[in-house]
Design a protein around this ligand. Sequence first.
Ligand SMILES: NC(=O)c1ccc[n+]([C@@H]2O[C@H](COP(=O)([O-])OP(=O)(O)OC[C@H]3O[C@@H](n4cnc5c(N)ncnc54)[C@H](O)[C@@H]3O)[C@@H](O)[C@H]2O)c1
Length: 268
Amino acid sequence: MDFTGKVVLITGAGNGIGRAAALGFATRGAKVVVVDRDKDSGEATAGIVRQQGGDSRFVAADVTKSADVQNYVKAALDAYGAIDCFYNNAGIEGSIAPTAEYDEDMFDTVMAVNVRGVFLGLRHVLPVMIRQGRGAVVNTASIAGLVGSPNMPAYVASKHAVIGLTKAASGEVGRNGIRVNAVCPGPIDTRMIHSVTAMINPADAAGVAARYQQSIPIGRFGQPEEVANTVIFLCSDLASNITGAQYVVDGGRTATGGAVSNPAMRSE
Ligand SMILES: NC(=O)c1ccc[n+]([C@@H]2O[C@H](COP(=O)([O-])OP(=O)(O)OC[C@H]3O[C@@H](n4cnc5c(N)ncnc54)[C@H](O)[C@@H]3O)[C@@H](O)[C@H]2O)c1
């Protein structure tokens, strides 16, 4: 998984999973274009890469705005002349409420970032990769793109849509030497999961998090680096026959639906 000389573009790279991916690609030799709407955290990610001897630059962008997306693509090409890998990752969680009560504006906001943002990224990066005759794309979906999660209707719908966009695009650009996959993280230890547990029970977010982790076979939230490792694999030549796929990184949560065997309850 050597990315020496490759150009990797990552949205939502200011924090969490996107930052872990930026650092992981950079330590394997990639030049990393960090995209985020949060200037401070985006600059910080690019700064860490440079401190560690890597090559990175930050481009501020709101992924919901076409002009911003076209600008981050242009900035990557101006700086490095190509886009070999695109990690289309920026996303938001929205609020916690049943569909019957879900705020209409919040629904639009979540769909704008998680669906329109991912679509616009594909819309403007794929033409570059088609011209190059090569490229690898990973979109961040979620296990909420595979199964329902009550009280997160916009998030669940948006992540199912990310998998749809992944499947559609993979069939369009395979002959151009471009692979398009999705990664489906389960609960990962970033700002987002702590925001969700706090919304579920503001008085006892730690208790919600503890119960959630008890429902995961591996017994804990994932780390952002564990998702990043899968993304790096999917972008590497080791994944040369993988496209249109969804890779679950969830400690076994989806496979078991939250059922976990407790060795202490065995009779023998
Ligand atoms: N953390 C989890 O448990 C989890 C689980 C499944 C999927 N995911 C997905 O992983 C991705 C990354 O999430 P994370 O956990 O690292 O969260 P995070 O909040 O730590 O990071 C998300 C980053 O995206 C940026 N961002 C948000 N909206 C943006 C916009 N409109 N334009 C540009 N940048 C924007 C934020 O500023 C932030 O830096 C998201 O798509 C999320 O839905 C996370």
